[in-house]
Design a protein around this ligand. Structure first.
Ligand code: ATP
Length: 502
């Protein structure tokens, strides 16, 4: 699985999806650039999210707030004091780790051991295999489950008590070694704030210390009144935003999974106090269905309850996807209570209330948030789509990206570079390019061109041959099945349209 991951990282680079930032200067840690296909996929993911949240919900509207905000916002939100990661150093390798991530990886090892037993048994017993019963009775699974449960309980308690010594003790007791030095020579655990700070204005005037926002949500909270009043919004309603966020992440591994500059798609849903947990359930359902609709297999998603609730939340769950390196968070759904709005009332001195005509009273609304990383979703799409297929004579690498998200929808390929075929191919593109991202390619043999489009993830290829000039038909080839059929040029738009619409 790790092997596959390395290959797909290499694939992303080779085919213009993702490049290391500042590569000619040897790169900048955990910062990435998106290439010609990457930017298209990213835009498609954003549109797929935006349309489902804003267009399909009458009571959800959009916003684009600035990255720079008044510094007191981050005091009010708790980020200045509490947006920390617990760090630990290995004295031999001088490498720095997140203590909580080291322990999570240990938990994942117990899970992996259990999964391995299950997979072995499945192979042995075939169809008659009852996984649930096996997990409840097999001694090796049970032993690992016990270790998992004990560690999980101890870890959750340490996090909730903010007990840094206990986190260190867990790492020692579990005999966790540094992946680089292989030793257990650890320092104490200490807190590290994740916000990037910079200065606004010249120092002579007295510069203002400002932060690069670590989440887009606060821009929504501080605009709550503006949007509610100008949009004449009635509770319950939501505000959605897509934008960059910045975190000085220390564990910056796994490619674009954890970056220092990334993008979030967040929606804050404002509700009447006391109804937030119902809305939390509704949004959980809506969001998991959004993920599942892409067809990557329901079994690859799960909900994960938080070990520790953030200071602002009374319920929280992650949507996890099974990446090649295990189940990991893609999206968080949080019931944030009235914490943020109340804090902004306190710090700004402005009333942030809603007058509820049905109750005939004013209150600070409660908030349910859905928050998903664009880049993590991108990695999920690539992970789920990357396939190596053995064919009769050779093999191919294909990105089976759902057509709605695919960067290029259609490649138009003239069989030869003469006899009017290139002109005919360009005519087809001119007709369709307002609706779909089309690509023209005449270089190399047709087989090679198909492989190139497979590797990019183009769901449809159309080949223009001599017959085309006579009867206006082409061969259309489908990426996933590699099947080909003869269709009229006038049909192409409809065939693609059916696959890419939602
Ligand atoms: P993690 O536990 O992985 O650090 P988090 O719980 O801090 O994530 P949230 O603050 O809930 O994450 O952010 C919401 C979403 O933003 C996450 O589900 C993830 O998709 C995305 N995200 C958060 N941090 C990063 C990052 N450093 N790089 C890329 N995406 C991120």
């Amino acid at each position: 699985q790790e092997d596959i991951f390395k290959k797909l990282v290499a694939h992303c680079k080779e085919y213009g999806y993702v490049f290391q930032s500042s590569e000619i200067y040897d790169g900048l840690g955990a910062v990435y650039d998106y290439g010609q296909y990457g930017v298209e996929l990213k835009n498609n993911i954003k549109k797929y999210w935006w349309d489902s949240m804003v267009l399909l919900h009458e009571n959800v509207v959009g916003l684009d707030s600035a990255i720079f905000m008044h510094p007191t916002i981050w005091k009010a939100s708790g980020h200045v004091d509490a947006f920390n990661d617990p760090l630990i150093d290995n004295k031999d390798s001088k490498k720095r780790y997140r203590a909580d991530v080291l322990i999570e990886e240990q938990l994942a090892k117990f899970e992996a051991k259990m999964d391995k037993e299950v997979a072995k048994a499945k192979k042995r017993f075939g169809d008659s295999f009852d996984e649930k019963q096996f997990r409840e009775t097999n001694p090796r699974v049970l032993a690992n489950q016990k270790k998992y449960d004990e560690l999980h309980a101890r870890f959750a308690k340490a996090l909730n008590d903010n007990n840094l010594e206990e986190l260190k003790q867990i790492i020692i007791d579990q005999e966790i070694v540094c992946p680089v030095s292989g030793t257990r020579n650890w320092t104490d655990v200490r807190q590290f704030n994740l916000m990037f700070a910079t200065e606004m204005g010249s120092t002579a005037d007295g510069a203002l210390k400002v932060y690069l926002r670590p989440e887009t949500a606060q821009g929504i909270f501080v605009n709550y009144l503006n949007v509610q009043k100008t949009g004449r919004m009635k509770i319950p309603f939501g505000i959605a935003q897509i934008g960059k966020a910045f975190r000085n992440e220390i564990v910056a591994r796994q490619f674009i999974f954890r970056m220092r500059e990334f993008e979030q798609m967040e929606m804050q849903f404002f509700v009447r106090p006391g109804t937030e947990l119902d809305w939390f359930e509704k949004w959980k359902e809506t969001r998991i269905n959004w993920h599942r609709a892409l067809g990557f297999g329901d079994e690859n998603y799960r909900f994960h309850e938080h070990e520790k609730l953030a200071h602002y939340a009374n319920a929280a769950v992650d949507v996890e996807y099974k990446f090649p390196f295990g189940f990991k968070e893609v999206e968080g759904i949080h019931s944030r209570t009235d914490f943020d709005l109340s804090q902004h009332e306190k710090y700004s001195g402005k009333k942030i209330r809603y007058f509820d005509p049905e109750l005939n009273e004013s209150y600070v609304p409660f908030v349910v948030e859905t928050s998903i990383g664009v880049d993590r979703m991108f990695l999920q799409v690539i992970s789920a789509s990357y396939c190596e297929e053995q064919l009769e004579k050779d093999s191919r690498v294909v990105l089976k990206i759902p057509p709605v998200l695919a960067p290029v929808k259609l490649a138009v390929l003239p069989l030869v570079k003469k006899d009017g075929l290139p002109e005919k191919a360009r005519e087809i593109i001119d007709d369709l390019k307002f609706d779909f991202n089309c690509q023209y390619d005449e270089k190399d043999s047709i087989g090679k061109r198909y492989r190139r489009q497979d590797a990019i993830g183009t769901p449809f290829c159309v080949t223009v041959d001599h017959q085309t000039t006579q009867d206006n038909t082409v061969t259309i080839r489908y990426r996933d099945t590699m099947e080909q059929e003869r269709v009229a040029i006038s049909e192409i738009g409809k065939i693609i349209g059916e696959q890419v619409s939602y």
